[in-house]
Design a protein around this ligand. Structure first.
Ligand SMILES: [Zn+2]
Length: 403
């Protein structure tokens, strides 16, 4: 069985931040100066460098890389320093949700797999920690024999080839492990941009004994978290939203000439709801409630490129409608007929459907239509737009026309 491990984009960024340690800059090639005057950076391999990989306990996930500042290394060997092992132990003690996953180190140019010396080091590490069945032991190298292989990831400088050393009957087996990238930062930042909010960073969330990484976004009056399970983005995320405080009454937003501010003196049949053209933040405000994070239903289209899936899911989030309003309206099919104003003002039994009126100037949609119904003291306007096949109810209080 091939082991699967994922690394978050935060963890990969930490590994990339040490490219100058793995491959120090030794100068620039001035003969190849580009237009802005910076030459091609020349790097050299000096000594093997390394560090520890940390991640949530019990999960095949790497979320953190700790560079080994005091490693005992030479040009051909690397062994984790006592300082690094102390750091790993301290992190594990301070946050019981984290554990060491293994040790990464760099190799001279062409050696993109663990060496014979590495095997001996890993045997010793395994013997020193007999309760562990194995370690990750990725190799950073300047060259890869198979850059597109499932166990290889391209770094800013060079490649990372991921191996797993596992205790087996008869000795230690070192095998390639399939590597995935968990883009929690990338997609949380996308969500933050869509919400016109701020990405607060990633953290671990425990649900049913499983630790998962999530990104937290704060937007005007709204909190959102994007939970990215191992396997994301081939596995759908969970999007949760919560109101930061009591929601304020939302005014008309569809541009309808019939829209009036809502006076929340009585409980209306439904808030004004608009789907087409509403920013994501406004749509989510209809879903979110205070003091409780609730999940948002999203679609997850695996036929799309992985980087486009979250955007597609966010674009498709719909405002939920009350069942009684769904039943009160049907999509317009017949030619539209102008409805006299007087008819609309007569309160009738709940949800009497009125003839539709053409609404030529709603959000620039030529094929938008209105339906009207009266429920008790409320006049409800349903606006249909072909862009979504969705109806967008508004309501107005009948005011003095009602006793
Ligand atoms: Zn090595």
């Amino acid at each position: 069985m091939t082991r699967y491990f994922a690394v978050t984009d935060t963890g990969l960024k930490q590994i990339n931040s040490h490219k100058d340690d793995f491959f120090p800059v030794v100068g620039t090639n001035n003969r190849n100066n580009n237009r802005n005057g910076s030459g091609i950076v020349k790097r050299a391999f000096v000594t093997e460098q390394g560090g520890a990989l940390m991640g949530p306990i019990g999960s095949p996930l790497v979320t953190q890389f700790i560079f080994d500042e005091h490693a005992r290394h030479t040009g051909t060997t690397y062994s984790p320093s006592a300082d690094l092992l102390d750091q790993v132990n301290t992190i594990e003690r301070n946050d019981p949700r984290l554990e060491g996953k293994g040790f990464l180190h760099s190799h001279p140019g062409n050696l993109d797999r663990p060496s014979g010396g590495d095997y001996d080091t890993l045997v010793n590490l395994t013997a020193a920690h007999p309760w562990l069945s194995g370690y990750l032991c990725p190799i950073v190298s300047g060259w890869s024999s198979d850059p597109s292989a499932p166990h290889v990831a391209q770094l800013d400088v060079g490649f990372m080839s991921v191996y797993y050393a596992e205790r087996r009957k008869g000795g230690l087996a070192i095998e390639k492990a399939t590597l995935g990238l968990l883009p929690v930062d990338r997609d949380s930042q996308l969500l933050a941009r869509e919400l016109n909010g701020t990405y607060r960073g990633s953290a671990l969330l425990e649900t049913n004994g499983q630790l998962q990484v999530y990104g937290e976004i704060e937007a005007d009056g709204l909190m959102a978290i994007l939970i990215t399970p191992v396997g994301y983005p081939d596995v759908a995320p969970t999007l949760m939203v919560q109101s930061a405080s009591q929601p304020e009454p939302v005014g008309p937003s569809c541009g309808s000439s019939t829209s009036q501010p809502v006076t929340p003196t009585d409980e209306p049949p439904h808030n004004i709801v608009c789907f087409c053209g509403l920013p994501l933040r406004e749509r989510l405000k209809y879903i979110a409630v205070p003091d409780k994070a609730i999940p948002v239903t999203i679609r997850w289209d695996l036929t799309l490129p992985e980087k486009d899936r979250l955007q597609d899911a966010l674009d498709a989030i719909q405002v939920p409608l009350e069942k009684k309003l769904e039943e009160a309206f049907v999509p317009p099919e017949a030619p539209c007929v102008q409805q006299p104003e007087e008819t609309l003002m007569k309160p009738e039994v709940p949800f009497v459907q009125q003839p539709e009126t053409q609404l030529p100037d709603v959000s620039g949609q030529e094929d938008s239509h209105e339906s009207h119904a009266v429920s008790g003291r409320w006049h409800i306007v349903g606006i249909w737009k072909s862009c979504s096949g969705f109806f967008l109810p508004k309501h107005e209080k009948l005011g003095r026309h009602v006793e």
